[in-house]
Design a protein around this ligand. Structure first.
Ligand SMILES: [Zn+2]
Ligand SMILES: [Zn+2]
Length: 433
């Protein structure tokens, strides 16, 4: 069967390219770059895509974004045919690298706003980038047999650019990165603390809705010995920090919402009551429709807590990211492909998470889906809970300094991208329309 031939060709090419993919991943891991600073990463991507002879390699999109265009030879009538966009995010995090690998990062970004920061790929975007480069290699090899067009979308600033800068998926769209040709499906995957090679999917919201919170509380600066002559913003900040726990009780307990204020910035000193305290945080909602209400409640809490201490509060919500919605029809259409690639027993439905991913801008707009790929030394216990395998590195969550990705799973990611693309272009992985 022709399909089987094509699948076998994809798998052979993926296997042949595994060492190269591991090489890229380890190189990128050693040289991570923060959001909107991914210049060397983008240069490596563009260099490889050009070497494959793609039809177009577009660079400098939304900062350091790169889009490669591969037009298959099997298109009928000279049109684009179907267009599948495969997406990888490419940025790293301001997190120390304690993964223990020989290729661990020692990079420190001294110029980044708010820094200096240690930099590491604690979210695994090095693996995403390497897998998509591998998929581009594989698909370029079989281009004559592809009945449509593949877009390789390397997206910067998924983790959120500095607050004064635009960036990420929304900026790529605003710059027209996916206008010509527009995708008929978007696919991407995120590495996760699940057993190696397990593909986790969720019908509905795979990732939650998110926004960044900035609360500026202003009092009046005064000597620490005479607080009554000024206005101390510190107790107002404290009231907001303790009050956020009550916001959960004002929203339905059946749809998870979290409000976390992870960073407090003050301008005082041990003997100076400073003028301002700035609280930085994030709101996450499993259901996007709760976001407006959560924001309203937090603003009320902050403004009125501040007023109770004779301060003022200005509450801002920035970098809002919609939830990643996997429509049931897309999941249904993709399951046969997933099962073929990773094996029936390794395709599992996973619980909701309040992590976010701005791939939602692409998936929600063009259709398609986003899944997670297990990359750690874990196994499912009889209840389906991931537990550490003996002698392994255990479960370490994304954004943790010890986060790790097992290199053995990279080839599975390459195959997933390649098979999803081939099936969509051939009309086998499509929804009803
Ligand atoms: Zn992340
Ligand atoms: Zn991530």
């Amino acid at each position: 069967m022709a399909d089987e031939d094509l699948y076998a060709a994809l798998d052979r090419a993926a296997a042949a390219g595994t060492d190269q993919v591991i090489g890229w991943r380890q190189h990128l891991h050693r040289h991570p770059e923060l959001s909107n600073r991914e210049s060397e990463t983008a240069a490596l991507i563009a260099r490889h895509l050009r070497s494959l002879g793609l039809d177009e390699v577009r660079t400098d999109i939304a900062g350091h974004g790169v889009v490669g265009v591969l037009r298959g030879g099997g298109r009928s009538g000279g049109g684009e045919g179907r267009v599948v966009a495969l997406r990888a995010d490419i940025d790293a995090l301001p997190v120390r690298d304690l993964c223990g690998a020989e290729f661990a990062s020692h990079v420190v970004d001294i110029d980044y706003p708010g820094g200096p920061f240690p930099v590491s790929h604690a979210c695994g975007h090095d693996a995403h980038t390497a897998m998509l480069l591998g998929a581009a290699t594989v698909l370029a090899e079989v281009r004559d047999r592809l009945a449509g067009t593949v877009l390789f979308v390397f997206q910067p600033a998924e983790e959120g650019p500095p607050v004064a800068e635009p960036g990420g998926a929304r900026t790529m769209l605003a710059e027209g990165a996916l206008d010509h040709p527009a995708p008929t499906m978007v696919f991407g995957l995120h590495v996760a603390p699940l057993p190696k090679g397990v593909l986790g999917y969720r019908v509905g919201n795979q990732f939650g809705a998110s926004c960044l919170v900035r609360i500026l509380i202003t009092g009046m600066q005064v000597h620490g010995s005479t607080p009554w002559q000024g206005v101390d913003p510190m107790p107002a900040a404290g009231a907001v920090l303790t009050g956020i726990g009550q916001i959960y009780r004002q929203l339905s307990a059946f749809d998870p919402v979290t409000v976390s204020l992870g960073h407090v910035e003050d301008v005082g000193r041990f003997n100076i009551i400073g003028e301002t305290v700035t609280l930085w945080g994030t709101i996450r909602c499993a259901e996007e429709s709760d976001m407006g209400e959560a924001q309203k409640r937090l603003a009320t809490l902050a403004e009125h807590s501040a007023a109770a201490y004779h301060c003022t509060a200005v509450v801002e919500y920035l970098q809002d990211v919609p939830a990643v919605h996997n429509a049931p029809a897309w999941v249904e259409a993709a399951l046969p492909t997933f099962r073929r690639v990773v094996g029936e027993e390794k395709v599992v439905s996973t619980p909701a998470t309040l992590g976010y991913d701005d791939v939602s801008e692409f998936v929600n707009r063009f259709g398609g889906l986003y899944v997670v790929l297990g990359v750690q030394d874990l196994a499912f216990d009889p209840d389906g809970t991931p537990v550490p395998t003996p002698g392994g590195r255990g479960a370490v969550f994304n954004h943790n300094p010890g986060f790790y990705v097992d290199d053995d799973t990279l080839a599975t990611g390459v195959r997933l991208h390649a098979h999803v693309a081939a099936d969509h272009l051939a009309g086998r992985l499509v929804t009803g329309n």
